[in-house]
Write a protein that binds this ligand. Structure first.
Ligand SMILES: Nc1ncnc2c1ncn2[C@@H]1O[C@H](COP(=O)(O)OP(=O)(O)OP(=O)(O)O)[C@@H](O)[C@H]1O
Length: 222
């Protein structure tokens, strides 16, 4: 199968009197349906790699290819557009907007993309929340939810624009064991639907449930 996302010699070194190497020389291929985890010791560069793959940070060397197309020459605005259209992100802390309801939070990326009519956005957000058993709390604000519910809202929001790539940085880091396992099951199911799902995790038990494990030490693949 043709890779959907590729890293080629991916490198990010922060300049300074003593340059800091975050990741160096990473080559990876991902295909639709991949459920991959990135593991490694604290400070090894896991988040840095994920942020590079998600076009959140620019590399200082190498390239990320999306559906075979180089992103090396894109400016900040073009990278943001690719992210909005093709990537969904889930972080350890959900970053939901507290003044909006769950439903409104999920609709926000659709508003940004500007591709959906209001009625369609509403229906789509309800459908995403329904699939994650979140409809009963769709009209609540994030501070009225449990940690697991907030993270499921964050997953629904990440799916708002039907991304090919779902990237998650320690998505279960703030959850208890049961909710953490539930979030991982959701991620696996999303990969089964044909998305490319890549998650950073410290949790060895959860990592063992992924199809593929990418281990990184001192910014390099091992
Ligand atoms: N903006 C930055 N400026 C300076 N150093 C940074 C910056 N971002 C990351 N680092 C350093 O780069 C290394 C890799 O960081 P990164 O967050 O990618 O590691 P990680 O494996 O995700 O760590 P953790 O598991 O603790 O979250 C660490 O030593 C970190 O301190």
């Amino acid at each position: 199968m043709q890779p959907s996302l590729q890293a080629r010699g991916l490198t990010r070194i922060l300049p300074g009197p003593v340059p800091t190497t975050l990741v160096e020389g990473i080559d990876l291929d991902f295909t639709p349906g991949d459920f991959a985890v990135i593991t490694g010791p604290s400070g090894s560069g896991k988040s840095s790699l994920l942020y590079l793959l998600g076009l959140l940070d620019p590399p200082t060397g190498g390239d990320v290819l999306v559906e075979g197309a180089s992103t090396a020459e894109l400016d900040g605005e073009q990278r943001a557009r690719v992210r909005l259209e093709r990537f969904g992100f889930v972080f350890q802390f959900h970053f939901l907007l507290p003044e909006f309801t769950v439903l409104e939070n999920v609709m926000l990326p659709m508003r940004q993309l500007g591709r959906f009519h209001t009625g369609d956005m509403h229906a789509r957000a309800e459908s995403l929340l329904g699939a994650l058993d979140m409809l009963p709390v769709a009209h609540k604000r994030p501070d009225a939810l449990s940690g697991g519910q907030r993270q499921r809202t964050a997953v629904a929001r990440a799916l708002a624009n039907d991304p090919e790539f779902l990237l998650a940085d320690e998505p279960t880091g703030a959850l208890d064991t049961r909710n953490a396992a539930a979030v991982f099951t959701i991620l696996r199911d999303l990969a089964r639907e044909g998305r490319t799902v890549i998650a950073v995790t410290h949790d060895e038990g959860l990592a063992a449930t992924a199809d593929r494990r990418i281990r990184i030490v001192d910014g390099r693949l091992v």
